[in-house]
Design a protein around this ligand. Structure first.
Ligand SMILES: [Zn+2]
Length: 122
């Protein structure tokens, strides 16, 4: 079976976008960590009022969740870069059909075709 090859220029472009995206994700994670009140070494010693305590706790949780979702994207980007390396870029991880070009333009790190993505979200 002949596999339709994805244009090299497109691959190069996607690779650049992914690397840039990953850089900005990593920077964003560092910024978020700096904003986390729990990362403040003074935290344990501060006898903050209860409402401040609650606010810091909430902020910490929001930051944690944000970092987790960024880390997931970074992981997706890494595995996508690996696929580019192995010439397996642009195929759905579930049904293996080529993912539409428009979708890859929109989400370079897309792991699934639209149909599979929908099914996973159900
Ligand atoms: Zn699929």
């Amino acid at each position: 079976m002949a596999v339709k090859k994805i244009a090299k220029t497109f691959l190069e472009k996607q690779k650049k976008r992914l690397l840039k995206e990953k850089d900005s994700i990593m920077e964003h994670i560092i910024d978020l960590k700096a904003d986390d009140p729990f990362s403040d070494p003074e935290y344990v010693n501060d006898n903050a009022a209860v409402d401040t305590e609650v606010r810091e706790q909430n902020l910490h949780q929001v930051i944690e969740a944000e970092i987790l979702s960024l880390q997931k994207r970074a992981t997706d980007i890494d595995s996508t870069l690996e696929k580019i390396q192995k010439n397996r870029y642009g195929y759905c991880a579930k049904c293996n059909i080529p993912i539409k070009r428009a979708r890859l333009e929109l989400i370079p790190e897309a792991q699934y075709c639209v149909d599979c993505e929908m099914q996973l979200k159900k």
